[in-house]
Design a protein around this ligand. Sequence first.
Ligand code: FES
Length: 147
Amino acid sequence: MSQCKNISIQDPESLREMLSLSGYADKAIDYFINKTNMGTLPDADQVTELTGPCGDTMRIYLKLEDGRINDAKIQVLGCPAAIASAMATIDYIKGMTLEEALKVQDRDIFRMLEALPDQKQHCIRLTIKTLQKAIDEYGSKDNQEGE
Ligand code: FES
């Protein structure tokens, strides 16, 4: 008989165990399961979507005040690492100026997640690129309005 334990992704404890065995730290698992920053902002100043080479898609919503990120949300169609990275990134950038947010690096988000499986570390990139695209688009909109 097989020694494999029955793992059900419907059961949070089972899912936690599965992610942990795959190399996700508890912190990353919490971000993935709680999905605290998942959603939309109806009054967002900038909404930007990006699909990565893997086919996963993120849509970020930024609410800005005096050049600062006052609030943000993100929708993710993607893997657990993409979701965890997106949730952590939103926590990280809230309150930052756009210039500061543009400088956020993969390693900043990795530090927040504590550990991801090696083959999933690239998933952080999709969040960072979505954020950078949003800031670029907001900047060019701002320039057009000033013309
Ligand atoms: Fe696409 Fe993780 S596999 S972001």
